[in-house]
Design a protein around this ligand. Sequence first.
Ligand SMILES: [Zn+2]
Length: 200
Amino acid sequence: MIEKLPSLAHLIRSLQQVPYLANKNVYRVANYLLTVDDKRAQQLCDTIMHARSKIVPCTVCFAWQEVSADCLFCSSKKRNQSLICAVETWQDLIAIEKTGGYTGVYHVLGGAICPLDGIGPEDLTIQRLVKRAEQEEVQEIILATNQTPEGEATAAYIAKKAEHTNVKLSCLARGVPVGSSLEYMDRLTVFKALSERRPF
Ligand SMILES: [Zn+2]
């Protein structure tokens, strides 16, 4: 039926390409976008384009930052610059920040090694993390990758690559639900996993 409405079909197809937008929500979102007034729709488009032009990844930790300002983490004197928490995604970073109990800095890896999806170590920021471990006064790296086969393989790979440094490697406490990512865990679970971390 939708194919008889080519413009709407095109909108639906575009929305279907948005990752994480559940398929069942695509029609709702399309309906919303067609229902809101022109001004609101335009604002949404402008906000997206504005954010895209003003937000860039930090060149050190790869967390998003305003292009005109310093990184919230790397440039902060209040944060412990010798403790790095390596996470797969920015969403995982947010999950850790939400606990309010972490005062170190971060390294966003950009995903996990997954040969099946064609993601190798060179597609992630692992080499930059190892460089940080070598060059900075880093004492500990928390390997907070997800407890999935990919996440664990990524942590093991980093550990091997950082072997020659003096950095202490740790990982999240056991008890973190296997197979889930930090982003979906409640604050207390993330906090506990971090504070009860163990040597890798
Ligand atoms: Zn940074």
